[in-house]
Design a protein around this ligand. Sequence first.
Ligand code: NDP
Ligand code: MG
Length: 387
Amino acid sequence: MGEGSKKKRIALLGSTGSIGRQALDVVRQNSDKFEIEVLTAYSNDELLLEQALEFKPNTVVIVDESKYENLSERLWKEGIKTYTGESSLEDVVRMEDVDLVLTALVGYSGLKPTIAAIEAKKAIALANKETLVVAGDLITDLANKNRVPLLPVDSEHSAIFQCLAGEFHNKIEKIYLTASGGPFRGWTTEQLAQVTKEKALKHPNWEMGAKITIDSATLMNKGLEVIEAKWLFQLESSQIDTIVHPQSIIHSIVQFDDGSMKAQMGLPDMKLPIQYAMAYPTRIKSDFPRFNFMDYPQLTFEKADIETFKNLGLAYQALDLGGTAACALNAANEITNAAFLQDKIKFLQIAEINERVMNTASFVKKPSLEDYVSCNSEARRLAVELL
Ligand code: NDP
Ligand code: MG
């Protein structure tokens, strides 16, 4: 971004989602610091229109072509350009007037726009963890080469990132990613066999989009976060531990090689990590509710049950396999997650199918972007066949 008092100009990919809407709250509260240059959605044209009228971006993208005509006509009158189609996302992140791209879209769809943004040397505030799960080595190499920061939005990774401020020369022994355990913490396999999507969609501590809420219930989310952490902080899988902490107050912990541990804590509110990434390296004063120790006289910890919640174990396997394994796991999970939401499969089948796909998809040890793209398609096809 420019010097002095210039506002940071943001392209917000996925503005109609849970992270996107909260990011706009942060902008609304800090209109002296941020300006919205680009807004994008998949198909929610009504909310996108409302957001565009309020934030007056230069450009919007509605990926779903059937929604394009109405929206573009409406926004043309306001002097706002409208584009459609998936590849438009790659074009708009390159625009000169963009300083920071916040990737708040869901799943594999974040990969190519993120690559385009890094190549155009835009700072990345990364909520879309799937991008790093699919192609973490490629993305982190590209970011290094282009000297582009990848600023984590995911609360656990933001916590680690905050703990590492001023510690860049110090060795990390290990990190602990905290997990709420989701709505089925402590449940047995027999109980999980009967789970409905309505129950899985009720997360105890966070209000999130449907996909990540199901991923949290199966512990796939924590698995994706283990992989995300490997790439963001350049760790071995043996250095990444997970610990269930049902109150979600401690957002994650770094242990340095002198044995000292640093944790970042606060009430669970995604606006804080979103704002931290957007304003980095500065902290902005906020009126978010403050933590009160007397409301939480006990913070508790337990071991994650990876025997019952197999997806977390699969993520560690994917890391040890390397290559395209995590890409295949992610693709399978996007299919099984959506199938569970459509009542096509049962809860336990999510991990079963994920495992079969990860073990049968073609494997490339040192993949190129094309290899990732074809691995993603193949794994999706395999998962669909297994539904
Ligand atoms: P939502 O489902 O709430 O929102 C997703 C956004 O992406 C919407 O704007 C949606 O548009 C758009 N979108 C969906 N599919 C596509 C596609 N194929 N191409 C382009 N755009 C698309 O998701 P969340 O906000 O919950 O999550 C976003 C990302 O942030 C995920 O990767 C998630 O893992 C991560 N994250 C989320 C957290 C949370 O608290 N929600 C916490 C930590 C990480 P439309 O509305 O039109 O469908
Ligand atoms: Mg998280």
